[in-house]
Design a protein around this ligand. Structure first.
Ligand SMILES: Nc1nc2c(ncn2[C@@H]2O[C@H](COP(=O)(O)OP(=O)(O)OP(=O)(O)O)[C@@H](O)[C@H]2O)c(=O)[nH]1
Ligand SMILES: [Mg+2]
Length: 252
């Protein structure tokens, strides 16, 4: 383990129809960071991802699999995975996509970053960060989404929507996971926002994000709509709170 002071580390990898990717990604994590455990959370993928993950787990005690019955969204899968990881006593709980967009070889940068943070995000939009092979439309969606988040929530985080990250156990315990309702990708922004609001330190380290090469995207219109709806609601709530504070201070 690169940093024994961080304690026991596990990375949660949600999968839905990632049969072409799961073997590769789990192997790369184990090779790049032999001290880091892996928990695959599979939503009953019809393509047999779960069975492949079971094979990997049988061959390596540091790999475990959580089988869920139906596709219930990225956020729901992570919440389940986090609960299991915390229950098993891990000190650091991470997130990573299965499709190769997040490179296990760069996990070391996140571990370094966590030494001085409560949440570390592998960021595409800080100096040194980049995206490989993204069409213009995806680039615009990510850039636009992050700009919207910054404008509405006033968060200084540059890549609040990113899904390559590490939480300290203490962070997850402070942000009340039981009240998280986001099921889709807005889950990422939700947890970033909660961490900032709890007064904890969020740090971003640059990563190179590579567009998926194999398998299909699970990004849908309803996932994007959920993001827009929730971020707008949080933003309005925050503005109301600011206005109330301003009025109180003026009245005092
Ligand atoms: N368990 C579970 N995993 C999911 C679900 N939706 C997405 N995932 C996984 O979450 C990760 C990110 O999903 P992607 O489809 O790659 O999303 P994306 O990166 O926005 O889209 P691409 O640009 O096509 O890669 C992948 O590992 C997916 O298999 C879900 O409902 N349940
Ligand atoms: Mg992807």
């Amino acid at each position: 383990m690169t940093h024994p002071e961080l304690g026991r580390v596990i990375v949660v990898v949600p999968t839905y129809n990632e049969a072409l990717n799961v073997r590769d990604i789990v192997g790369r994590v184990r090779r790049a960071q032999p001290g880091v455990d892996v928990l695959v959370v599979d939503d009953g993928s019809p393509d047999g991802t779960g069975a492949i993950a079971d094979e990997l787990a049988a061959a390596d005690p540091s790999v475990t699999v959580l089988h869920r019955t139906a596709k219930a969204g990225l956020g729901a899968a992570y919440l389940h995975g986090f609960a299991v990881a915390l229950d098993r006593g891990y000190d650091v709980v991470g997130e990573m996509d299965a499709d190769g967009s997040h490179q296990p070889e760069q996990l070391g940068r996140l571990l370094d970053g966590l030494l001085t943070a409560d949440l570390v995000i592998g960021s595409r939009w800080v100096p040194g960060g980049s995206v490989v092979n993204w069409p213009w439309s995806r680039m615009t969606l990510s850039r636009g989404g992050n700009l919207y988040v910054r404008l509405l929530l006033g968060m200084r985080v540059k890549d609040a929507t990113a899904g390559f990250r590490l939480f300290r156990r203490t962070t997850l315990e402070k942000i009340d996971l039981s009240s998280v309702q986001s099921t889709g990708y807005v889950f990422q922004t939700d947890l970033t926002w909660r961490t900032v609001q709890a007064g904890l330190h969020v740090s971003e380290v640059p990563i190179e994000f590579v567009e998926r090469v194999r398998g299909d995207s699970k990004m849908t219109g309803s996932v994007a709509t959920e993001s827009l709806r929730r971020i707008t609601r949080w933003g309005l709530r925050e503005r109301r709170r600011q206005f109330r504070r301003w009025r109180e201070e003026r009245g005092a």
